[in-house]
Design a protein around this ligand. Structure first.
Ligand SMILES: [Zn+2]
Length: 77
């Protein structure tokens, strides 16, 4: 169940109402009786954006200097 935030268009009174989507929305301000507007989410002008997806392709391939000295094998007969 979402929490609806209402704001009075007259006195600016803001209040939250925890109700189902099927419930009747609040239309009037409980303080002064003026029409209210329903805000989506908590806080005015808050836009929910998906979290940034960072695909940091960290191709940090370190070259471990492997020195393979193939020594001269002197096989004398
Ligand atoms: Zn009001």
């Amino acid at each position: 169940m979402p929490t609806y935030v209402y704001r009075c268009t007259k006195c600016g009174h803001r209040f939250e109402k925890f109700q189902s989507m099927a419930a009747e929305p609040v239309k009037t301000c409980p303080e002064c009786g003026a029409p209210v507007e329903r805000l989506i989410g908590s806080g005015a002008g808050l836009i929910f954006k998906g979290p940034g997806f960072y695909a940091t392709d960290y191709a940090g391939k370190k070259n471990t200097g492997d020195k393979s000295d193939s020594g001269g094998s002197s096989d004398g007969e």
